[in-house]
Design a protein around this ligand. Structure first.
Ligand code: PAF
Length: 282
């Protein structure tokens, strides 16, 4: 695996590969890698593409500075994992490389409605920061395929919109299934901060999603939402939202709909650790 810290170096390397006919599969990350990330890298290598992973803990997407300070960093272990997953290129820039002269110099995008609901409402400024950094990374890497995990469902929608707004229709956004622990907990870099007792109950979020899925026959989502919130609270979670939405537009729904693709989404805190998960309803 080749590691680049400077934009001009990775650009030079990738443009030579592209001239030689290679396609590029890109996985942006903030490090603290787990099997979910590695499964994206494996996808990025499909069909002989040059797989590129970036690790950059993006300060502009942390609306809560304490969250940024506590964000797990494990760069040496990440490098080992990427090598074992067969990653070809790691881009490891510093803040000055991504935001030369400060973040105000880098274009920010307006995601409209998507920035006003669920994650957008709970984490003001978060998607603005995600848009800034992913926009910058896309201009640098210019991938053919961009691989994202469904765990961050709303982020996937935001990034798809970003690609459209940037006029980069040549970039195919590939959303990959959430990778889960044996008990259903969605893999996340934040999971490593869970204490043992917190880890034991963390899969309750997944169980709530399953119950939202199975209780579709009841028609009314409001009752199921209340049940889930009560169960989560009883076990010591602070739920931020338990929501049902149109899977294409993220319009919130209070009733299950028969002819609409739906997604259930949950965000809840255990202690100071914020977990999110979602499930497309079948
Ligand atoms: O999902 C993440 O890890 C980050 O939000 C991303 C897409 C790498 C942008 O910093």
């Amino acid at each position: 695996m080749v590691i680049f810290k400077k934009i001009k170096d990775i650009k030079g390397y990738l443009s030579a590969k592209k001239v030689a006919g290679a396609s590029v599969g890109f996985v942006p990350t903030m490090g603290a890698l787990h099997s979910g990330h590695l499964s994206l890298v494996e996808k990025a290598r499909e069909n002989g593409a040059v797989s590129v992973c970036s690790i950059f803990v993006n300060p502009t997407q942390f609306n809560d500075k304490k969250d940024l300070e506590k964000y797990p960093v494990s760069i040496d272990a990440d490098i080992e994992l990427l090598i074992s997953a067969g990653c070809d290129v790691l881009f490891l820039p510093d803040v000055e490389e991504i935001y030369p002269g400060g973040e105000s110099n880098i274009k920010a995008y307006d995601f409209g409605y998507l920035d006003t609901v669920l994650e957008g409402a709970k984490r003001p400024g978060h998607f603005r920061g995600v848009g800034q950094v992913v926009g910058r990374l896309l201009e640098i890497v210019e991938p053919d395929h961009l691989y994202l995990g469904q765990k961050d469902y709303q982020q996937c929608m935001v990034i798809k919109k970003l690609v459209e707004m940037m006029g980069m229709s040549q970039v195919k956004v590939v959303i990959c299934q959430t990778v889960r622990e044996a008990d259903g907990l969605a893999m996340s870099s934040r999971n490593r901060r869970l204490t043992e007792p917190q880890r034991v109950i963390a899969s309750l979020i997944y169980q709530c999603l399953i119950s939202i899925q199975t209780k579709q026959v009841s028609g009314s989502f409001e009752i199921v939402r209340k049940e889930c919130e009560d169960i989560l609270k009883a076990k010591g979670f602070a739920p931020e939202y338990v929501a049902l939405a149109d899977a294409n537009s993220l319009t919130l729904l209070s009733e299950y709909k028969q002819d609409t693709p739906m997604v259930a989404l949950i965000a809840a805190k255990i202690g100071d650790i914020r977990l999110i998960d979602n499930m497309l309803l079948a």
